[in-house]
Design a protein around this ligand. Structure first.
Ligand SMILES: [Zn+2]
Length: 63
């Protein structure tokens, strides 16, 4: 599989332009729609990125 997909929502590069990220020597992709999540709610992406420890903690009742 050579097609890149958004790390958060799995949207493919065929559907939307993706932004390339680098994390721990790995290239990742995120779509513009999910970029604000990475910026403002990074903890929502923690489970998608093994090794990523967001500086911000999730709210107590966030599911
Ligand atoms: Zn996305």
């Amino acid at each position: 599989m050579t097609e890149s997909t958004c790390l958060n929502c799995d949207t493919s590069e065929q559907e939307r332009p993706l932004i390339t990220l680098k994390f721990q020597k790995t290239e990742l992709y995120i779509c513009p729609q999910c970029l604000p999540v990475l910026i403002h709610k990074p903890y929502q992406l923690a489970e998608k990125l093994p090794g990523f420890v967001p500086s911000e903690n999730p709210p107590p009742d966030d599911h």
